[in-house]
Unconditional design. Structure first.
Length: 102
């Protein structure tokens, strides 16, 4: 989600931030959210595989579309909750102006 902006800021212009504080916060929130969701998704896949291997008969009784949607929603909510402080703490950075002679 953040790759287009990363390419622009790396290749064209990085500072100052012209898009406002809200988009700065949103961009940093999304930059933290996407890896968190990926890690939690891989963790859930690992738990599901363990259950399927260790308890093959039980997995057929508990797996359903509703359970899958609940797990996906839980992953996104947990990741968003964990990444909210990053969004609130972010602020745009402008050029640093140093006094003459430094």
């Amino acid at each position: 989600m953040c790759i287009p902006h990363e390419l622009y800021s790396t290749l064209v212009e990085q500072y100052p931030w012209y898009l406002g504080p809200q988009l700065c916060r949103l961009r940093n929130f999304l930059a933290e959210l996407t890896p968190a969701v990926s890690v939690l998704t891989i963790t859930c896949f690992t738990v599901e595989r363990y259950i399927a291997i260790a308890h093959p008969l039980r997995v057929q009784m508990v797996s359903s579309f509703k359970r899958t949607m609940l797990i996906i929603l839980s992953i996104w909510l947990l990741a968003a909750t964990a990444c909210l402080p990053v969004g609130f703490a972010s602020k745009p950075v402008g050029y640093a102006v140093y006094p003459a002679g430094m």
